[in-house]
Design a protein around this ligand. Structure first.
Ligand SMILES: [Zn+2]
Length: 343
C-alpha cells in the first residue's frame, strides 16, 4: 500500500440511538487496518498459548496415569505372588495333615494290636474289670467321607478352611489317642504282671516238682540186687515165729557202699541194739528211708544228702545173721513196701 493512501483520513459514523444524532469519528486509514489486525493477532496468540498449556497438562496427566497404572500392576503382581505363596503353604499344611493322619492311623493300629494282646492274654481280674470302659480307637479314610469337589487352584480360602478342618479332625483323633493309649498301656502292664506272676508260679511249681522228684526215694540203695527177705509177714530168722518184716533185706559184702535212695536231710545216724548202726533220712511228703545193720556211717544228723550219695557201708551190726542191708521206707510214720518206690 502506498504511503499516501495510509496517510489519508477516514470518517466513521457511530449511530448510538435513534433520538440522538450520529457521532463522527475521524481516524487514519492505517489505524483502521492496524487495530483489528492487532486484535486478531492477540486472540490467536492467546488461543495458541492455551492450547500449548492444555496439551502440557494432558501430557502430565497421562504420565501420572501411566505411573499409577504401573504401580498398580506391581501391587497386583505382589498380591498374586503372596496368594501363590499362601496357596503353596496351605498345600504344604494339607500334605502335613495327611501325613500326620497316616501316622495316627499307624498308632491306632498299634493300639488295636495292644488291645488284641490284652484280650488274648488279659484274663486276669485287673484287665477284665476295665474291659467295659475300653473303646478301641478306629479311623478309616475310606469310610464315611464326602463333600463337594473343589479343584485345588480354585479357591485358596476354601483350601485353607479344609486344612483347618483336617487339623481339627487330627486334634480330635489325638484326644482319643491320648485318652485310650495310656489306658491300654496300663492294661497291658497289668496283663504283663499277671503273666509274670503266672510264670513265676509255674517256675516255682516246676522247682517244687523237681525237688520232690529229687527227694522221692527211687534208687536201689546198694550195688547188690540180691534180696534175702521181702516186706511183710515172715518167719523170724532168730525165733522161727511169724513176725512182721518192716522192710527188705538186701544181701551183700561188708563194706559195700550204701546210697541215699533220695535227696533229704539226715534225721538220725546212730547205733542202737537191734538196728545196729542205723541212718534215717527225712524226704519230702512225709517219707523216710531207713538203712540198718551198717558197718560204717558217713553222715551226721542235720546233713543234707543228694540222691545216690554214699551215706554209709553195708555191715551186720545189731540183730543180724550176716552182712546185709535192711532197707525200709516209712510214710507218715507207717512202714510201706519199699518196692513200691525203688526197683
Ligand atoms: Zn530186715
Amino acid at each position: 500500500m502506498k504511503k499516501g493512501s495510509l496517510n489519508r483520513r477516514m470518517t466513521l459514523l457511530v449511530i448510538r440511538d435513534a433520538q440522538q444524532p450520529p457521532k463522527q469519528l475521524q481516524c487514519s486509514t492505517a489505524a483502521v487496518i492496524l487495530v483489528p489486525t492487532l486484535v486478531i493477532a492477540s486472540i490467536s496468540t492467546l488461543v495458541i498459548g492455551l492450547q500449548i498449556r492444555s496439551s502440557h497438562i494432558i501430557s502430565q496427566m497421562e504420565t501420572n496415569l501411566a505411573v499409577q497404572s504401573l504401580q498398580m500392576e506391581v501391587t497386583v503382581a505382589d498380591k498374586n505372588a503372596a496368594i501363590g505363596r499362601l496357596r503353596r503353604e496351605v498345600m504344604e499344611l494339607t500334605n502335613q495333615a495327611t501325613s500326620i493322619r497316616e501316622r495316627l492311623q499307624r498308632i491306632t493300629e498299634l493300639e488295636q494290636q495292644m488291645q488284641q494282646f490284652i484280650r488274648k492274654h488279659g484274663n486276669s481280674s485287673s484287665a477284665s474289670s476295665n474291659k467295659s470302659t475300653i473303646t478301641p480307637l478306629s479311623w478309616d479314610a475310606s469310610d464315611h467321607t464326602g463333600g463337594e469337589f473343589i479343584a485345588v487352584h480354585e479357591n485358596t480360602v476354601l483350601l485353607a478352611r479344609q486344612a483347618m478342618d483336617d487339623f481339627q479332625e487330627i486334634e480330635s483323633l489325638l484326644d482319643t489317642v491320648e485318652r485310650t493309649v495310656p489306658r491300654s498301656i496300663q492294661q497291658a502292664n497289668a496283663v504283663q504282671q499277671n503273666l509274670e506272676r503266672k510264670q513265676a508260679a509255674q517256675l516255682l511249681q516246676t522247682r517244687r516238682l523237681a525237688l520232690a522228684e529229687q527227694g522221692r526215694p527211687s534208687i536201689w540203695p546198694v550195688g547188690s540186687r540180691r534180696m534175702s527177705s521181702s516186706f511183710g509177714y515172715r518167719s523170724d530168722p532168730f525165733t522161727g515165729k511169724s513176725a512182721f518184716h518192716s522192710g527188705v533185706d538186701i544181701a551183700g559184702q561188708t563194706g559195700d557202699p550204701v546210697y541215699a535212695a533220695g535227696a533229704g536231710t539226715v534225721l538220725e545216724a546212730n547205733s542202737s541194739g537191734a538196728r545196729g548202726k542205723c541212718i534215717i533220712i527225712q524226704h519230702p511228703d512225709g517219707l523216710q528211708s531207713w538203712y540198718m545193720h551198717l558197718s560204717g556211717m558217713q553222715v551226721a544228723p542235720g546233713d543234707h544228702v543228694q540222691k545216690g550219695q554214699t551215706i554209709g557201708l553195708l555191715g551186720s551190726t545189731g540183730r543180724s545173721t550176716g552182712p546185709h542191708l535192711h532197707f525200709q521206707i516209712v510214710k507218715h510214720n507207717q512202714p510201706v513196701d519199699p518196692l513200691l518206690y525203688v526197683q
